[in-house]
Design a protein around this ligand. Structure first.
Ligand SMILES: CC(C)(COP(=O)(O)OP(=O)(O)OC[C@H]1O[C@@H](n2cnc3c(N)ncnc32)[C@H](O)[C@@H]1OP(=O)(O)O)[C@@H](O)C(=O)NCCC(=O)NCCS
Length: 147
């Protein structure tokens, strides 16, 4: 059985570390703003075992004029369970939650390798690619939410 639900930040490390910070210490999985009351973490569970995570932060990007923006970070699905629709379910859950909080726009820094995934979910690139040290090339991507 698949469920998506709110989780504590500590539960994200089990997925963040092997997928996003492979071979790096656990501290590399601590993101700025993780503990703020305005930050939310969601996990996808298969038979009660966590398989994927996503986090959302209240963070405005000057590229957009919308006031109610949120940033996605820490989007990851365990490698053995990628391409099974789990990532899509996590993003969809997050969008639904953010719409219910009246947020207007979702944006994030997407790894070049994940751009195709987000495009399938209706996100667009804005601007040129840029490098994030130790992680690689990224694009800013966004989607306006209907309210
Ligand atoms: C990117 C990631 C989150 C996608 O999650 P996932 O569970 O594998 O993706 P899904 O199975 O839900 O895919 C949904 C659709 O996107 C496609 N897709 C998935 N990953 C893709 C990719 N990297 N490039 C292009 N398309 C992709 C799938 O084929 C599927 O298409 P379909 O509906 O036509 O079948 C996951 O592969 C991952 O954790 N990758 C490593 C970490 C990472 O890059 N995170 C994002 C950082 S910005």
């Amino acid at each position: 059985m698949i469920t998506v639900k709110g989780i504590a930040v500590s539960q994200t490390y089990e997925v963040r570390q092997p997928v996003l910070r492979q071979g790096k210490p656990i501290e590399s999985c601590f993101f700025e703003g993780d503990d703020l009351p305005t930050t939310f973490h969601y996990g996808l569970f298969e038979n009660e075992k966590i398989q994927g995570v996503i986090s959302v932060y209240e963070n405005e990007n000057i590229l957009f004029e919308e006031k109610e923006q949120i940033q996605i970070r820490g989007m990851a699905v365990l490698e053995k369970n990628q391409r099974k629709g789990f990532g899509q379910q996590l993003v969809a859950h997050c969008e639904m939650e953010m719409m219910s909080q009246n947020k207007k726009l979702i944006w994030f820094n997407a790894r070049v390798t994940a751009v195709g995934f987000y495009e399938k979910m209706g996100y667009s690139i804005i601007g040129n690619s840029f490098d994030i040290k130790d992680v690689g090339l990224h694009f800013v991507m966004y989607k306006k939410l209907r309210n």
